[in-house]
Write a protein that binds this ligand. Structure first.
Ligand code: FE
Ligand code: CA
Length: 519
């Protein structure tokens, strides 16, 4: 039996009035197995549609379950904008990807699901403005790297309590590994390499009430990184060089699609899944969502008999400079170059990892190597980020410079540190013009490097405005035609699920001039 509408409404209002109570709203009768324990989410907003997601939970689910979804103009669901029924099936882990159409652009909506006599929590979402709409302001946030067993997710509570219009999640939604003893939380089971394993890992992560609340608060845009499949994978190469990696990747991609608010059109049918996409936020900005995992060349100069990353001195690894090596793959690289918006003030690259060079020791040796492009100073680099693909990075930044792409801002994650940087065509030459600004966000919970190490490295990387590996949290942005304002939000106590947060730094980028100013 469902609760009455009046009960639903009063529950919801109570929840909103008391943020601490927001995350978990149960609507099941005591005797029922709860079927909406994994929460709900929405994402991939378009001017006339948005994806609504849930996955039914609990044992003994019927094979085919009708799941009703409703999208309303009001929180009481008195004015329904769209409704429908999706059939949840075991071959998609009883996930639901509803895609209401013919919606109004730039509108907020409320949504919920009903199945097996139970109702889900209620979420808020919105559609994007039309590409030609005049938009004066957009509030968005970035987050990445929520390793379950490294900490608590208070950062998500703050997103839920003060939701942006758009949440960008930039990779490492789950971590596939086992947990070592002594952490604040533990992964269920050992390393995950099968569809069943990935599904269970997503179910564990999605049981977190703070994450559920953040999903329910606003639409999300998603890109993935490596840990949704396996640490440091590159294209079809696993970091253990295992022979069945193609199967593992296919099963990981399937589970990823099942658990994300992504449209049915991108559901993977093989080991391939098309993730890169573009979203115009009116005439204000164009988001380019990139996939720098699926098509990349294997990392250069790996450890013996291994795939995956390494830390190498550039002068000792000629392969690094090979212009054939790619981060995005030729097709995506061309797609990006062709799609850069020249008639909007902002182009935002939502992608996985740090683009600014980050040398881990002094460049004082200044060994000069001759390359196809001339020469570069030496440095010691981690090969999994853009530092491992310098020729691909150069191509991208040269394209931005040559085409005079306005308002290029690179957003990233992966490195478990807040980095704010200027990007130059030639980052070793201070006279080289700044062509883009970078905000690489720290992790929600995954451990970062020691701050003393980051401080030491910072001296070798003068283009960095900010480098804090000891912070956990999110970065929040207010985008206007003339300027981008950024605020680093750091939680006070990463092991406390109720932790407060503070703003540790603020920055501004002027649309007329690439490069970051500290406020
Ligand atoms: Fe990570
Ligand atoms: Ca990563």
């Amino acid at each position: 039996m469902m609760r009455t509408m009046m009960d639903r409404r009063s529950l919801l209002l109570t929840a909103l009035a008391a943020p601490a109570a927001l995350p978990f709203i149960r609507h099941a009768q005591a005797a029922d197995l709860p079927r909406f324990e994994l929460g709900i989410s929405s994402g991939t907003p378009q001017p006339h549609s948005v994806v609504l997601w849930t996955r039914l939970s609990g044992p003994n689910l019927p094979a085919n379950v009708n799941v009703q979804w409703e999208l309303a103009h009001d929180e009481a669901f008195a004015r329904i904008a769209a409704r429908g029924v999706e059939v949840a099936t075991p071959d998609e882990a009883h996930s639901v990807h509803a895609e209401p159409r013919n919606l109004e652009p730039a509108r907020s909506y409320w949504y919920r699901f009903t199945a097996l006599g139970q109702q889900s929590m209620v979420g808020r979402t919105s559609t994007a403005p039309t590409p030609d709409a005049a938009v004066t302001e957009l509030h968005f946030a970035i987050a990445s790297c929520q390793r379950w067993d490294h900490g608590q997710w208070a950062a998500w509570r703050h997103i839920a309590n003060h939701p942006p219009e758009l949440m960008l999640f930039l990779g490492d939604y789950i971590y596939e590994g086992a947990s070592s003893a002594g952490g604040p939380r533990a992964h269920r089971g050992g390393p995950v390499r099968t569809l069943a394993g990935y599904r269970d890992r997503y179910a564990q992560y999605k049981s977190d009430p703070a994450l559920q609340a953040a999903h329910a608060a606003c639409p999300w845009l998603m890109v993935w990184d490596d840990h949704e499949v396996e640490n440091d994978y590159a294209g079809l190469q696993g970091h253990r060089l295992q022979t069945d990696f193609e199967r593992q990747r296919a099963e990981a991609y399937q589970a990823y699609w099942e658990h994300m608010p992504l449209p049915r059109a991108v559901k993977p049918l093989t080991h391939h899944m098309s993730m890169h996409s573009r979203l115009d936020w009116g005439r204000l900005a164009r988001f380019h969502l990139l996939d720098d995992r699926q098509y990349r060349s294997p990392q250069a100069c790996p450890k013996p008999f291994r795939g995956g990353s390494n830390i190498v001195r550039a002068s000792h690894c000629a392969e690094l400079q090979d212009p054939q090596r790619t981060m995005l793959g030729a097709a995506q690289e061309a797609w990006l170059a062709e799609g850069l918006s020249l008639d909007r003030p902002w182009n935002l690259l939502a992608q996985q990892t740090l683009m600014a060079p980050y040398s881990r020791e002094a460049r004082s040796a200044r060994e000069t190597l001759t390359t196809a492009d001339g020469s570069f100073r030496d440095g010691t680099f981690w090969t999994d980020g853009w530092d491992g693909y310098p020729a691909a990075r150069d191509r991208l930044l040269r394209t931005v410079a040559q085409r005079q792409v306005p308002g290029m801002v690179v957003l990233g994650g992966d490195v478990h540190a807040n980095f704010v940087a200027d990007l130059r065509v030639n980052n070793d030459d201070e006279r080289s013009p700044i062509v883009a600004s970078e905000f690489c966000g720290t992790s929600i919970s995954s451990h970062g490097a020691k701050q003393s190490t980051t401080d030491k490295n910072r001296a070798f990387n003068p283009h960095l405005h900010y480098a804090r590996s000891d912070e956990r949290g999110t970065q929040r942005f207010v985008l206007r035609p003339q300027q981008l304002q950024a605020a680093i939000h750091a939680v006070d106590e990463p092991l406390d699920t109720l932790s407060a947060e503070h703003i540790s730094a603020k920055f501004t980028v002027a649309a007329a001039r690439p490069g970051v100013q500290r406020d």
